[in-house]
Design a protein around this ligand. Structure first.
Ligand code: ADP
Ligand code: ZN
Ligand code: ZN
Length: 715
């Protein structure tokens, strides 16, 4: 049989296959528009698919017909389809899976794009409840008198959801869009000269693609610049996308945007699939003028997007580590470019990549060098702890400095990058270490409840008293974690509250909110935490930040180690002294002469980053060459390693490193290896992947799972 091409469409299905599939559209069915979801026969069953338009190939094969078109209207527009195709090409990820990554999970599962009733109830007509239905009458009058009310207000006023439901059912009340909050203070603060200059520079290029790096020290008023740049875009009737690192713990970030622009939506990992879908639909229909969201929000659909902002552009949470390993920051810039709209990347500590893009003239630099509210910059002090008598990790000077700040009714923050009590349990008699049974990794001691926990796979066991090897009771806990610091600080400063903030203590969001409230009251206290503390919080009476182990990251084998460590130190330091009080930063280190640490303290982040850029250039590391890592894992180590060896043989013309075991080779009983490829350009990288994909398709590896990571940020 011969099909005319004009009834053949090409469909992307969410399967690990690099190709698209052709299907016939039955005569009685209209040709679906690109971006429409379809039900199609696939193998021996059915699959959901996304129409990409008419097929370009003429075929003589018998094609299967599509079964059903799920949507009347496309779920994603041409511009998002283009991004999906770009993702698939750039990240070497199957096209169907790439396209299904960019839509919310409810849409992936075939749910309809229906908006919930708006949560604002008004009376429907003059028809009143029946005379004897007292409860209904009171609620009806309440709703009438308050000119509409939402569900929570109605419950808070003492009515039952039952009564509300009855009024709804009898159509005595109806849902309407809630009235728009009055736009208060929409014009914002009076900008200082630097901010003014940055805004002007942005506005001069706001009508086409221009990428700006807004480099401003913490507290320099970057957010105020975003807000005013957004206003000039929103005033033109366009929409703005603001990407932020994880914000489920910092609601004030969202409030800053929504109080300026009432039509602001929010997407983050703490929301239900349903809520994400609702916001996504509102965005798609143009009901939102601003969307604030984490990583995946970069794919949200808009009617008339006019600006993309990426706050804290250096933050590694923008890189997805599973599945399609995209960088939301890079996708944001790509999208802006494709749509010919401006993008602003803002941070106090720009990534080396972005600095390089400024130097090459690809990005324009906007700088803010002083604090907006004229508060003084914090002073940094390096404390060498290598020859000191420490009290559970604290040097005597550190302790007396904490004392000094508390005595002035201020708050102090202690930062360490390890949760738990101590890093490991160790036998002083025979050298035994507590290890995870599933990973090649030490377990971490936790208290309350007392457990040895593996931070890689979550496996846990009771804390032993006796060494399982030599049977002696000679076990000691080594290394510091947040819990240990917390208990030490309790003992050292019994008169002050100590609050611990890490993944364990924030699991209960209500408890966490209570702690935050106490901290925000401004009363003197000590905070202990991981890098969770370094993002988005503003503690007004915090004047001291102590970094317990400032040097460890500088010595990491990862070439990004110095960059990441410097960013982290500057970000936590930025928490101190934001409100008219001089902040003080203590960096405890075993290597006070570490050149990078002294460089950072004496010359600041930018100089350190500039030096790093030179090193990268000399070493021909990214951003001077493209890097990719192929990772393989299997339950038998040789299987993973051999596959990568074979890949490596095929890539004889390329510069590769490895195959080598991953830093933690075994996690959850799977052995992981990696092969790194460095090339001068992406075209050559594409070629490398064609070669290995071709090999892999001919030599099917059932027992090895392998994946590609383009522009990896963790090695
Ligand atoms: P950043 O985002 O760079 O860390 P913020 O935008 O949070 O800085 O600003 C820091 C503080 O300075 C905030 O309290 C903010 O309200 C204030 N601020 C910002 N711009 C101005 C300005 N032009 N005049 C007065 N205060 C400002
Ligand atoms: Zn022992
Ligand atoms: Zn484990």
């Amino acid at each position: 049989m011969h099909y005319k091409t004009n009834r053949v469409i090409s469909v992307a299905v969410p399967k690990p296959i690099d190709t698209l599939f052709d299907y016939e559209v039955p005569k009685e069915m209209a040709i679906p528009a690109p971006g429409t979801r379809l039900k199609v026969p696939f193998g021996n069953s059915e699959s959901i698919g996304l129409c990409l338009g008419r097929s370009e190939q003429l075929t003589h094969k018998t094609l299967k017909p599509i079964l059903e078109s799920i949507d009347q209207q496309p779920v994603i527009s041409k511009s998002e389809l283009e991004i999906g195709k770009w993702l698939s090409n750039y990240y070497h990820y199957p096209i169907g899976e790439a396209l299904f990554t960019i839509i919310p999970s409810d849409i992936r599962r075939g749910k309809s794009l229906a908006l919930d009733d708006p949560d604002h109830w008004v009376i429907a007509s003059d028809k009143r409840p029946p005379k004897k239905a007292y409860k209904q009458i009171v609620l009806y009058d309440f709703i009438q008198d308050s000119q509409g009310a939402n569900y929570q207000t109605i419950l808070d006023a003492g009515f039952s959801s039952n009564t509300l439901r009855t009024l709804k059912r009898n159509e005595l009340i109806k849902p309407v869009e809630p009235p728009v909050k009055k736009e208060l203070n929409n014009s914002g603060l009076k900008l200082n000269d630097e901010q003014q200059l940055a805004l002007k520079k942005f506005q001069s290029g706001q009508n086409s693609y221009n990428c700006y790096l807004l480099e401003g020290i913490t507290g320099s008023g970057k957010t105020e610049v975003y807000l005013q740049a957004m206003k000039s875009i929103i005033d033109m009737g366009k929409e703005v996308l603001v990407l932020v690192p994880e914000i489920s713990l910092t609601p004030q970030t969202f409030e800053r945007f929504s109080s300026r622009f009432p039509q602001t939506g929010l997407i983050h990992s703490g929301l239900t699939n349903h809520n994400v879908l609702q916001t996504w639909i509102r965005c798609k229909t143009g009901a939102l003028s601003c969307l604030v969201g984490t990583r995946s929000a970069v794919f949200a659909p808009f009617q008339n997007l006019g600006l993309i902002i990426v706050d804290e552009e250096h933050d590694s949470s923008y890189k997805q580590q599973e599945g399609l390993k995209y960088s939301a920051r890079d996708v944001a810039v790509k999208r802006a470019n494709q749509m010919n709209i401006p993008a602003i990347l803002g941070t106090a500590t720009p990534s080396i990549e972005s600095i390089n893009n400024v130097e090459r003239g690809k990005y324009s630099l906007l700088s803010l060098n002083k604090r907006a509210n004229d508060s003084a910059l914090p002073v940094h002090r390096i404390i060498d702890i290598s020859n000191q008598q420490l009290i559970d990790g604290f040097s005597p000077q550190t302790i007396s400095t904490i004392q000094k700040h508390l005595a002035k009714n201020n708050q102090a923050m202690i930062f360490i990058n390890k949760r738990g009590f101590s890093r490991t349990l160790f036998c002083t008699n025979c050298g035994w270490h507590a290890n995870c049974v599933r990973c090649e990794a030490r377990t971490t001691k936790h208290v309350n409840p007392d457990r040895m926990i593996c931070h890689y796979c979550g496996w846990q066991e009771k804390v032993k008293n006796e060494c399982p090897e030599c049977r002696k009771e000679k076990l000691i806990a080594l290394g510091l974690g947040t819990q240990k610091l917390e208990s030490t600080l309790h003992k050292l400063f019994p008169d002050f509250p100590v609050y611990r903030i890490d993944r364990d203590s924030t699991r209960n969001t209500n408890q966490f909110a209570e702690v935050m409230e106490k901290i925000n009251s401004g009363a003197p206290c000590i905070l202990v935490g991981t890098q969770m503390l370094s993002k988005g919080h503003h503690f007004k009476n915090l004047t001291l930040v102590v970094v317990m182990e400032a040097d460890t990251g500088f010595n990491s084998i990862d070439f990004r180690g110095p960059e990441k460590t410097a960013q982290q130190i500057i970000q936590v330091s930025g928490r101190a002294g934001r409100d008219n009080q001089q902040g003080e930063i203590i960096l405890q280190t075993y290597q006070s002469a570490n050149p990078q640490l002294t460089d950072l303290v004496e010359n600041g982040y930018r100089i350190l980053a500039q030096n790093e850029l030179k090193i990268r250039k000399k070493m021909k590391f990214p951003p001077f060459r493209s890097m990719a890592i192929i990772r393989a894992e299997a339950s038998i180590p040789a299987l993973a390693e051999n596959l990568l060896r074979n890949f490596n043989l095929l890539l004889a013309d390329y510069e590769t490193l490895g195959p080598a075991p991953a830093i933690v080779r075994k996690i959850s009983n799977r052995y992981r290896y990696q092969l790194m490829i460095l090339t001068d350009n992406n075209l050559r990288l594409n070629n490398a992947f064609s070669i290995i994909k071709d090999y892999a398709s001919k030599n099917h590896q059932r027992k090895v799972k392998w994946s590609i990571d383009i522009d990896p940020i963790e090695i």
